[in-house]
Design a binder for this molecule. Structure first.
Ligand code: ACO
Length: 333
């Protein structure tokens, strides 16, 4: 059995900085409300005339490849996590393949597990490498949420939270295990507690008329915020403990925890429960908002770029989100 290791990380976020102050000009909200409830000060929104999920992913991927001293031609497979693909179908994996100028010799799949998507994608890639099927896999999380949110007072409870960006990691076969273990969970009983109803195929044809499509269910994020919070804090801690137990480690062994950037209050709750100092938990939601599947790879890439990740460090990635799904990965750098 082989092992896999992350050999390069990269990220790309759109140029336009959308401050809380700007949001107060388009909806009834305040800087204080957003910061107090979510910790978010600003986020990035794309320019629809030039950005796509796939081209942001390509920019993040090229940085990751360059840092790994590899080129596009070295990629054997693409695992792409997104809930906001450029098209209803096909997925964005094939569009990234096209953006990178790769021909039809490699495969690409999309993972639609929302905030846990990147860890699921990493786990899938890790299994392919462990079995020997592939040697070098590009693992990506990228989202454009700004074109789907309702940027009016009607949508303010979620519009202030979700944002755009892309992150990528190159996973490669290695003699030294980098991905120590991954742990994946889901509970579909809570599917409708955090979801977007339309355009879903379960909607009958007669309800899919243009005037209904413009109505409030289309792309509208429905979120039972307090229930999500309650489940998130429990599941985050459980899945972190599960990863530690599987590797016979204790929380003291974690050098850096990178939680999915759901909400700063959730990250702070976990940090408090784990009794971790600030330098052991990486957060950047203040600057980027919640970028769903992109949040962990963006944070990973940024933390690496800031010199916060060193060889032999033990990283714990952990996520919770729509599904509900939750997941963790323990990594030796
Ligand atoms: N600005 C001002 N007021 C607002 C806004 C806003 N942007 N959004 C909602 N409000 C108002 C509501 O209208 C409501 O007013 P009312 O009491 O007069 O009816 C009041 O604030 C409270 O609204 P809630 O929706 O109940 O807001 P809550 O206090 O629960 O906070 C929040 C919302 C921050 C999302 C909270 O539920 C939470 O922290 N949830 C955790 C889940 C989470 O973070 N989800 C995001 C990511 S999902 C994921 O990644 C897993």
């Amino acid at each position: 059995m082989h092992s896999s290791k992350i050999v390069g990380v990269g990220h790309h976020v759109p140029e336009a900085v959308i401050t809380n102050q700007y949001l107060t000009t388009i909806m009834d909200t305040t800087d204080e409300w957003i910061i107090e409830r979510t910790g978010i000060k600003e986020r990035r929104w794309i320019d629809p005339s030039k950005d796509t999920v796939a081209n942001m992913a390509a920019k993040a991927s090229r940085i990751a490849l360059q840092r790994a001293n590899l080129t596009e031609k070295d990629i054997d497979f693409i695992v792409f996590a997104t809930i906001t693909p450029d098209y209803f179908f096909p997925g964005s994996g094939v569009l990234l393949q096209r953006e990178l100028g790769l021909d039809g010799s490699i495969g690409a799949i999309d993972i639609r597990n929302a905030c846990s998507g990147f860890i699921y994608a990493l786990s899938v890639a890790d299994q392919f490498i462990k079995t020997g099927m592939y040697k070098t896999i590009l693992v990506v999380g990228a989202e454009i949420q700004s074109t789907a949110i309702d940027p009016t007072t009607r949508g303010r409870n979620t519009a202030v939270i979700f944002a755009d960006g892309a992150g990528a990691a190159v996973l490669q076969r290695s003699d030294n295990p980098g991905i120590l273990s991954t742990h994946l969970h889901s509970d579909g009983n809570f599917a409708e507690e955090l979801y977007v109803r339309d355009p879903g195929s379960s909607r009958p044809r007669e309800e899919r008329q243009p005037e209904q499509i413009l109505d409030t269910t289309h792309y509208k994020v429905v979120m039972n915020g307090s229930l999500v919070f309650k489940h998130a804090v429990v599941r985050f801690l459980e899945v972190i403990q599960e990863a530690l137990a599987a590797n016979k480690m204790s929380k003291e062994d974690i050098t850096l925890l990178i939680p999915h950037q759901a909400n700063l209050r959730i990250s702070q709750f976990i940090q408090h429960k784990l009794e971790f100092s600030d330098d052991r938990v990486y957060n950047n939601i203040m600057r980027y908002g919640n970028t769903t599947a992109a949040s962990i790879p963006i944070a990973l890439s940024e933390a690496w770029g800031e010199g916060k990740i060193k060889e032999n460090d033990v990283l714990c990635l952990a996520a919770f989100g729509s599904g509900f799904t939750w997941a963790s990965a323990l990594i030796r750098w």
